[in-house]
Design a protein around this ligand. Structure first.
Ligand code: AMP
Length: 545
């Protein structure tokens, strides 16, 4: 029997209309390319998004067409986030930190007819233009005519200034009623091996994800929040914050391309930020700046970290020195992205400082709407005892079923589960903890050693700035861990003192067989350790010794 309830579609345009009607004055503060702060509101953003929908139509963009962006977090990028899906097209955010060859591949694979580009990426677009000339017919620089960069592009690829097109368009546009299952946005995974793969989100998945991350035990944004997504809008929808902020009516603060410690510190105080979200590398940079300058964060209550494991130092230092709660979330491009979030349960109120830190290092509890399980090598489900670790699988309405262009359901197993590629434990309270990526786990004598556990302990050494643990081939044990460490500036590292951090903390056979001190470690375009490169480089390290 059907219910008697209305079947209104869950649409991205409705989210923006809500923000404009009910939080008209809610602020959008954006650091522009030029460096100045641009201040706007949800009401103005909705009007400009309608104008932009007109511009898109004028550029020949129609329902289902992909609109590419190469842009930092700014108010103009936010307008594209809403205008493209709102008019039925697809907002395709491209990571400008990827190799130029990968970017050209992505643009062609997605079939982006129009690209919206920050002027700072003009040289990048010029470099890839010959490779994308068959796909892209117009490049719109996110600037006014006066700041239009001088570029030479192939014939047939028009160049426009965003503000010029906007000024020439009108706002007389009504958001169409779309199907909630229609595609709204496209994002490619950074892919440490092979070509990047696309994930195509829907209006429905985006809105449901927005509700879920706004629950009190997740990001829990409110109309009183002032949220700063430092996580780029080209990295999995800036973790859904541009949508969730509109749903809550929160003020949105956008940092542009200045993500260094001093710039973030100034922006957070000037824009009265209450919550900021980003990867650990950003917070390590901010912490170093605050410590060196003696600066304070006047309004920040919460910092959310995700994208890679949270070093214990961040939780300890931001808590003890700045009174800021450091909260961890976990997710992936394929999950829109948020899957788990770490907020304590009532029983955790009794934890001492060490226990609370231990809990905070876990990736957290699954969001309502999703389901998760861990399985062993044969696919048998493992217990939630906080000890057994296995492959983590998920399912739910904001988890992808296939990669862009592949047959429906092709990314899932027979029961509809998506294998995350992460290896994890789940404790009896439902807190998931990543122990590794499945390809990074070290298989020593048939047993698994977690590289992340070893890395976290290594960075607890006062002279270690960054650490990576990789598997090296071993004649007897098959694989053994090798620890690669970067010293803090001005410090020398003694391998024996680094290995001493493992005493009593892990089983003896987990202790790395070798320590190598390096000047730096390689990172991927999204700031993660490039483990595959390190694995290849140190594969034979123990054989040649
Ligand atoms: P991406 O799709 O680029 O966001 O990468 C997703 C992957 O990042 C996940 O599968 C995890 O391996 C890793 N990741 C994300 N959040 C965390 C976290 N809080 N702790 C550890 N790893 C994480």
């Amino acid at each position: 029997m059907q219910s008697s309830m209305q079947s209104h579609a869950l649409l991205i345009s409705s989210v923006l209309v809500h923000a404009a009607r009910h939080h008209a004055d809610g602020e959008i503060v954006s650091r522009s390319e030029e460096g100045a702060l641009h201040r706007s509101t949800w009401a103005a953003t909705e009007r400009r998004a309608r104008r932009l929908a007109r511009v898109l139509a004028g550029l020949g963009v129609g329902a289902g067409d992909r609109v590419g962006t190469l842009a930092w977090n700014t108010h103009r990028h936010l307008e594209i986030y809403y205008a493209a899906p709102g008019m039925g097209a697809i907002c395709h955010t491209i990571n400008p930190r990827l190799a130029a060859d990968d970017i050209a591949y992505i643009v062609n694979h997605a079939g982006d007819g129009v690209l919206f580009v920050d002027p700072g990426f003009a040289a990048l677009v010029e470099a890839i233009a010959p490779a994308i000339a068959g796909t892209v017919r117009a490049v719109v620089f996110l600037a006014d005519a006066a700041r239009l960069p001088a570029v030479s592009l192939p014939a047939g690829m028009a160049v426009h200034a965003y503000e010029g097109l906007m000024a020439a368009a009108d706002e007389d546009f009504a958001w169409p009623l779309l199907q909630e299952t229609a595609a709204s946005a496209l994002c490619y995974t950074s892919g440490t091996t092979g070509r990047p793969k696309g994930v195509l989100y829907s209006h429905r998945s985006t809105v449901l994800h927005g509700y879920a991350i706004n629950m009190a035990d997740v990001m829990g944004l409110s109309a009183r929040s002032r949220v700063l997504p430092v996580v780029p809008m080209f990295h999995v929808n800036a973790w859904g914050i541009p949508y969730a902020a509109a749903m809550a009516g929160a003020a949105l603060v956008l940092p542009g391309r200045q993500l260094d410690g001093p710039s973030l510190h100034a922006l957070m105080n000037e824009a009265r930020v209450t919550m900021a979200c980003g990867v650990p590398t950003v917070w390590l940079g901010l912490l170093a700046h605050l410590r060196a300058s003696g600066g304070r964060l006047e309004t920040v209550k919460t910092i959310m970290t995700g994208g890679s494991a949270c070093p214990p130092l961040l939780i300890e230092a931001f808590g003890a020195e700045f009174g800021i709660s450091m909260e961890q979330g976990w997710g992936m491009t394929e999950m829109s992205p948020v899957g788990t979030y770490n907020k304590p349960k009532p029983a955790h109120a009794a934890l001492d400082a060490a226990g609370a830190l231990r809990l905070g290092l876990k990736q957290g509890r699954i969001l309502c709407g999703l389901d998760m399980k861990i399985v062993d090598g044969e696919g048998r489900e493992l217990p939630w005892d906080g000890k057994a670790f296995g492959d983590l699988k998920v399912r739910g309405p904001w988890v992808t079923g296939a990669y862009y262009g592949d047959p429906a359901g092709s990314a899932l197993d027979a029961e509809g589960w998506f294998a995350t590629g992460d290896v994890a434990t789940i404790d009896p309270d439902g807190f998931m903890e990543i122990t590794d990526r499945s390809k990074d786990v070290i298989k020593s004598g048939g047993e698994w050693i977690s590289s992340i556990v070893l890395e976290n302990l290594a960075v607890s050494h006062p002279d270690v700035a960054e650490a990576a643990v990789v598997a090296a081939a071993h004649p007897k044990w098959d694989e053994r861990p090798v620890l690669l460490v970067v010293p803090r500036p001005g410090r020398a590292l003694d391998p024996a003192s680094v290995l001493a951090v493992y005493e009593g903390k892990v089983a003896r056979w987990w202790v790395p067989d070798a320590v190598v001190v390096l000047d730096e470690l390689p990172h991927t375009a999204t700031g993660k350790l490039q483990k595959n490169a390190l694995r290849a480089r140190f594969r034979e390290h123990l054989i040649h010794k």
